[in-house]
Design a binder for this molecule. Structure first.
Ligand code: PXG
Ligand code: PLP
Length: 442
């Protein structure tokens, strides 16, 4: 059954965030996707409990998106985007502004979340220079934060494994707020924890230490994703907003995961009722069909560039594929599906059943914590003595081979990102299967 391709032949592809030596022993290969299922290379139907890689909340190969992408690629495969453009991307920008909280009036397009993070940081630095505050150069992220893998996002990110090898070359003048993970206070919290709001006040200490007028921006994920689902403590984001406003610091929400229904609204900012100055996004923008990212900015930020730039090009930044027509078609079609099929409302309605399903494993002796918000969930396992991460990876593999389910494991944290339109029975069965896999390993 397993694939016949030799490890030697497959070894040419250096995969992203993958243990190559382990993977090539028994490659997990997917050859087709439709709706809520993948087809594995050996012909099994596999339930996708991760919506792609947080990307595909609508489900795979939605006919409307497929058709629009096919049509677009045949009509205009590419359009030069520097000093020229094509009409639909303007419509997409306007549509995104209409979906965002008040004040967001302009969109810069990228191809990924990593590029969105770096673009947002550059906009923040340039904005302060444009407005006569050139001393504002310091950037603040958060421990356990994930803002992609390019140098800017990596520098403000707070995941040790991603940073350690490059630590000498990360950008200078960066600090990190403390993360909000605390098992003795918050274990098995459903939704937002009550403990931890005060951790936002650490920003005051950084302002006192460096001088607030040296700080450009704070970047956080409204709900930590990659790190294993860390919902913000009640009132935490609001407090960060207040402090940023008080000190003239731009607040950036990295909504690469939390936008487009993942937490039951177009943007997490709306869900939490907290409006940042800049929003970054990607993934769900095109339902994962074609790579695309976006950075939404408040009107006054864009205006500062238009009013104060001394050069013909106001912002020396952009990607070959910014505003790519095929990605634009995928995004416009995805947004239509989100709206026509009430995806965000569907996700909202599934939140509570999903929470109950996840927390049903709380009593399992291997389970250390369960966390959730919206359609984001995590089951954290006690690490095996001397082998942290082993259990997570074993459950991931067992789910794929024996339970026909895809989940993600980050260390010993099992992560769930179900479809926004999941069938509750299928989802419940999947989580039962994951518990079987947890029980089956050592
Ligand atoms: N910011 C956030 C908040 C993200 O979640 C990125 C930036 C980077 O996006 P790109 O498109 O450059 O990968 C992300 C991506 C996981 C996982 O296992 C999460 C991401 C990527 C890969 C794996 O949780 N998030
Ligand atoms: N490297 C070289 C040599 C290039 O010419 C370009 C773009 O023209 C890039 C990198 C950047 O590529 P992209 O715009 O796709 O990010």
């Amino acid at each position: 059954m397993a694939n016949e391709a030799t490890n030697e032949a497959m070894g040419s592809y250096w995969m992203p965030f993958t243990g190559m030596r382990d993977f090539l022993d028994r490659p997990r290969l997917i050859t087709a996707a439709n709706g809520h299922y993948y087809t594995s290379e050996d012909g099994r139907q596999i339930y996708d409990c991760f919506s792609g890689l947080w990307t595909t909340g609508i489900g795979h190969c939605h006919p409307k998106i497929v058709e629009r992408v096919q049509k677009q690629v045949a009509e205009m495969d590419y359009a030069i985007g520097f000093q020229m453009s094509s009409p639909d991307v303007f419509k997409l920008a306007r549509k995104l502004c209409d979906m965002a909280p008040d004040g967001f009036e302009h969109v810069f397009f990228t191809n990924s979340g990593s590029e969105s993070a770096d673009t947002a940081l550059k906009i923040a630095l340039a904005y302060h220079r444009m407005t006569g505050q050139a001393s504002r150069t310091r950037l603040i992220g958060r421990e356990r934060g994930y803002h992609g893998v390019n140098f800017g996002g990596l520098s403000v990110g707070g995941m040790g494994h991603n940073r350690n090898m490059f630590s000498a070359c990360l950008i200078p003048g960066v600090d990190h707020l403390p993360h909000t993970f605390n098992l003795s206070e918050n274990a098995f919290t459903r939704g937002q924890p009550k403990w931890g709001t005060h951790l936002a006040d650490e920003l005051e200490k950084l302002c006192a230490l460096h001088g607030a007028d040296n700080i450009a921006a704070v970047i956080v994920e409204p709900v930590g994703g990659s790190t294993g689902i860390l919902p913000p403590p009640v009132g935490y984001l609001k407090r960060l907003r207040e402090l940023c406003t008080k000190h003239g610091i731009l607040l950036i929400f990295d909504e690469v995961i939390t936008a487009f229904g993942r937490i039951g609204s177009a943007f997490g900012a709306e869900r939490f009722g907290v409006t940042p100055d800049i929003i970054t996004t990607a993934k769900g923008l095109t339902n994962g069909v074609i790579p695309m990212g976006a950075v939404l900015v408040q009107d006054y930020i864009y205006k500062a560039f238009m009013d104060h730039s001394k050069t013909a090009i106001e912002f020396f930044h952009g990607y070959t594929y910014s505003g790519h027509p095929v990605a634009t078609a995928a995004a416009l079609a995805s947004i239509e599906v989100y709206e026509e099929e009430g995806m965000f409302e569907q996700a909202r309605a599934l939140e509570k059943p999903f929470e109950d399903m996840l927390h049903s494993v709380a009593d399992n002796s291997k389970v250390m914590d369960v966390r959730n918000f919206g359609m984001m969930g995590a089951i954290e396992l006690h690490p095996r003595d001397g082998a942290p991460g082993a259990r997570g990876m074993e459950v991931h593999k067992k789910c794929f081979w024996d339970e026909n389910i895809v989940i993600r494991a980050g260390g010993d944290t099992l992560q769930f990102s179900p479809f926004l339109n999941s069938n509750p029975d299928e989802l419940a069965k999947a989580i039962e299967a994951v518990e079987r896999a947890i029980n089956a390993i050592e």
